[in-house]
Write a protein that binds this ligand. Structure first.
Ligand code: PMP
Length: 384
């Protein structure tokens, strides 16, 4: 049996071996409840504080308490959008998002409309790059929160965050950035980039799933989405997931340390994949050819269907994505691919390969051959 090749790190990442070692030791040494003041509780407090420092360091946050821990990117996005919009509604009831945000940003933003907020979705070009002129027209002094992701999970395009921040700050608003797919992969600096709120996911850094974080620039007013105790400055009540948080911190530290080398290594594999797969007849890259995440390669194959590609590649021992794992259950055409100008039928035939630690250059020929074989076979039987 040939070894499987896993190319869907955007959906789930294997936990980094260094995090596994750290987590095992952590689990063996009992840590109490961080809200208590005896020794066991203080140990837990110290573990959470240490993780806060490591996560803050990864994204250039000067003040570690500006990081709060959550259950994941979806929760961080909900606090950022809902919590910021509701807390600042006195200033205005306007929210702006890019049209290709993840549904965990789009849906809370749409939900605010029920409470009388106006939502504007800003278009992107055919590479998925935010239209900054349209952003400038959409954001007004009454816009309380604007959300633009650092990079897109379906097409890999990196957004002009610094330019977006300037526009948003010019009009006195807050910029939220969902960095789920970009953090730990490319350098992020909330100071340099002008970010007011930043979403992070533990698993996308190489930590265990079920933990996330939200950076909130000191002074930004946010209200909690869940109410309960005073944990995480009252913004995320509930007893902390101490082991998840500690492991996320270690994952952030390792991701930061290994980033320069992984960027070089993975972008070389990505470029080989792109050259090989776009060499297949009538096959196109989606997303930006240069301004894209180093671990991200995404394609579309006219006249075939994403789920069929995924199943066929799986049979050949290769795990790839089609669209986003989060929306694939609905089988709807991807809103991202529609927003970059593809027709409905074109938006159905996508394949996304996201790389990670386990991938190597010598896997590329097998992946390219499998894609070629799959496309040929599916096109031969397509009714389209
Ligand atoms: N934002 C982005 C950009 C994502 O890609 C994802 C998931 N892949 C999420 C948010 C949601 O993450 P989770 O399902 O872990 O909450």
């Amino acid at each position: 049996m040939e070894e499987r090749i896993y190319l869907d790190h955007a959906a789930a990442m294997p936990v980094h071996p260094g995090v596994i070692r750290f987590g095992r030791q952590f689990l063996e040494e009992f840590a109490g409840n961080p809200s208590t003041i005896y020794q066991e509780g203080l140990q837990a407090q110290a573990a959470v504080a240490g993780a806060r420092e490591k996560v803050a360091a990864l994204v250039g946050a000067k003040d570690p308490p500006s990081i709060i821990f959550t259950s994941g990117a979806t929760e961080s996005n909900n606090i950022a959008i809902r919590g910021t919009a509701l807390r600042n509604a006195g200033k205005g009831k306007r929210v702006v998002v890019s049209a290709i945000e993840h549904i965990s940003v789009l849906n809370p933003a749409k939900d605010l409309q029920k409470g009388g907020f106006t939502l504007t979705q800003v278009p992107v070009d055919h590479y998925g790059v935010l239209d900054l002129d349209a952003l400038g027209a959409a954001v007004t002094p009454r816009t309380v929160v604007t959300s633009v992701h650092y990079a897109n999970n379906e097409i890999g395009t990196i957004e002009p965050i610094r330019e977006a921040a300037e526009i948003v700050h010019d009009r006195g608003g807050y910029l939220h950035v969902d960095a789920t797919d970009a953090a730990g992969r490319i350098p992020i600096d909330v100071e340099r980039d002008g970010i007011d709120l930043l979403t992070l996911s533990s698993n996308q850094l190489g930590g265990p799933a079920g933990t996330g974080a939200l950076y909130i620039r000191p002074g930004v007013r946010v209200q909690p989405v869940l109410v309960g105790g005073g944990q995480e400055r009252g913004l995320r009540p509930g007893t902390e997931n101490v082991v998840g948080i500690a492991c996320m911190g270690e994952a952030a530290r390792l991701a930061g340390k290994e980033m320069p080398e992984e960027m070089r290594r993975l972008s070389a594999i990505r470029d080989r994949l792109i050259t090989g797969i776009t060499g297949i007849e009538d096959t196109y890259l989606t997303g930006h050819p240069r301004e894209r995440l180093p671990h991200h390669a995404s394609f579309r194959f006219p006249r075939i269907e994403g789920e069929s590609i995924q199943l066929a590649m799986n049979m050949l021992g290769i795990a790839v994505a089609t669209g986003s794992a989060c929306t694939s259950m609905t089988l709807e055409a991807s809103h991202v691919l529609l927003a970059i100008g593809l027709a409905h039928d074109e938006a159905h035939g996508s394949m996304v390969a996201t790389l990670g630690r386990g991938n190597t250059l010598d896997q590329v020929p097998r992946v390219v051959n499998a894609a070629r074989e799959t496309v040929k076979r599916l096109r031969a039987i397509t009714p389209l």
